[in-house]
Design a protein around this ligand. Structure first.
Ligand code: SF4
Ligand code: SF4
Length: 376
């Protein structure tokens, strides 16, 4: 929802930090060049043409930024809001600027919203109605649910079909960090899910690349999250836009929703997609792999419960990603404080060696230590 700059959302694990912008640029940007164009791709069986660069809306109160995004050719806007976000922001600081700017051009757009609160059908219904009420959008093009369990998946399908009959939503989508487990459900002929948001970038395994082929073959829309691999790649190069071009070169990928906070980031991301993936891009990406792979957490949860001392390993690794990758110590601290004290306090220095093995090669003890430094 993460591009040469930025990340997506606050609080929830999968829905947030999925996008970003290239680099960490800020400040003013010049008048956009009209010679640049953003391709559009049909988002699987949703049949919606979406811009290759999407916009992950991040509570930025700048209506001109959203208008500029539309002017630059972006027609896909992705919203996420969860309970943590609402707690952290004053009521008037939510997405009002985006809503007011986008309502004026709503028929041209594809709007998606991610429900993070999914503990019951009633909660999901309430969340959808809250978003529609606050936005003033009569209909949602894509309604996502964030990483549902099998039971929540069934509940979501039921409330989605009900909402579609009521004219509130058009298409259903899920995000997942556990693609292998969700594949059969996603590709089942009776599944109402049209689009999947999955952790996918140049660090993805051969198995995940094959799964993307299967999803695409089944007609699903494919929307990557964490396209910048936690932004650790940026530590290895001054050309972070290669990550976006790598994904853009994959015709199975339909849109890259990136969180952008200012015009400079927006323009940088649009510019990144004006050139094809080059041999130099490939070389830089390959050279970064060992640095990135030992740090980038896919949030698969495989390490949950694996620390014999009871540390909340996956949450702590995620805190380290916000601190070091996204370079957002405020959010990292906020995430850290959301972990029960007993599951974050013990220092790894007291442990002889790490008993947690990450199947994706994350150096767990090192990452946990980075998170624990925030408690010092
Ligand atoms: S550290 Fe590894 S096992 Fe744990 S959640 Fe991240 S990717 Fe999965
Ligand atoms: S090094 Fe840290 S995370 Fe690893 S087993 Fe020991 S206490 Fe747990």
């Amino acid at each position: 929802m993460s591009t040469a700059v930025g990340t997506m959302g606050l609080g929830a694990s999968c829905s947030t930090r999925q996008a970003g912008a290239l680099g960490r640029s800020g400040g003013r940007a010049d008048t956009p060049s009209r010679s640049e164009t953003l391709p559009r791709r049909v988002l699987g069986r949703s049949k919606r043409p979406v811009s290759l660069l999407g916009f992950g809306v991040l509570h930025v109160q700048d209506a001109a930024l959203y208008q500029r995004a539309v002017d630059r050719g972006i027609n896909y806007f992705h919203f996420v809001e969860d309970r943590n976000t609402r707690k952290m922001l004053a009521p008037d600081a939510h997405n009002l600027a985006a809503f007011s700017a986008l309502r004026a051009v709503r028929p041209q757009l594809v709007i998606s919203y991610m429900t993070v609160e999914r503990e019951s059908k009633a909660v999901m219904r309430e969340d959808l109605d809250r978003f529609l009420g606050a936005s003033g959008f009569e209909t949602l093009d894509l309604w996502y649910v964030c990483c549902p369990s099998p039971e929540q998946w069934n509940d979501f399908c039921e409330v989605f079909l009900e909402a579609r009959r009521a004219g509130k939503v058009r298409c259903a989508a899920i995000s997942t960090h556990r693609l292998a487990e969700d594949m059969d459900r996603l590709t089942a002929p009776e599944s109402p899910i049209d689009v999947v948001m999955l952790t996918y970038n140049y660090t993805s395994s051969t198995e995940d690349r094959e799964r993307v082929t299967r999803l695409s073959g089944a007609g699903l829309g494919v929307v990557p999250m964490k396209p910048l691999a936690g932004r650790f790649y940026e530590a290895t190069t001054d050309r972070p836009d290669a990550c976006l071009r790598w994904l853009a070169a994959d015709p199975r990928v339909h849109s890259l929703p990136v969180a952008m906070q200012n015009a400079a980031q927006l323009d940088q991301n649009v510019a990144a997609l004006q050139t094809p993936l080059s041999d130099e891009d490939q070389r830089l990406l390959t050279a970064s792999l060992s640095h990135v792979s030992s740090r980038f957490c896919r949030m698969c949860g495989a390490c949950d419960g694996a620390c014999p001392h009871g540390l909340a390993v996956s949450d702590l690794v995620s805190v380290a990603m916000y601190r070091e990758g996204y370079q957002d110590p405020g959010l990292a601290r906020c995430q850290l404080e959301a972990i029960p004290t007993s599951r974050r306090r013990r220092s790894c220095h007291e442990c002889a060696r790490c008993a947690v093995v990450c199947p994706h090669g994350v150096a767990v003890r090192d990452r946990v230590r980075v998170a624990q430094e925030l408690m010092a």
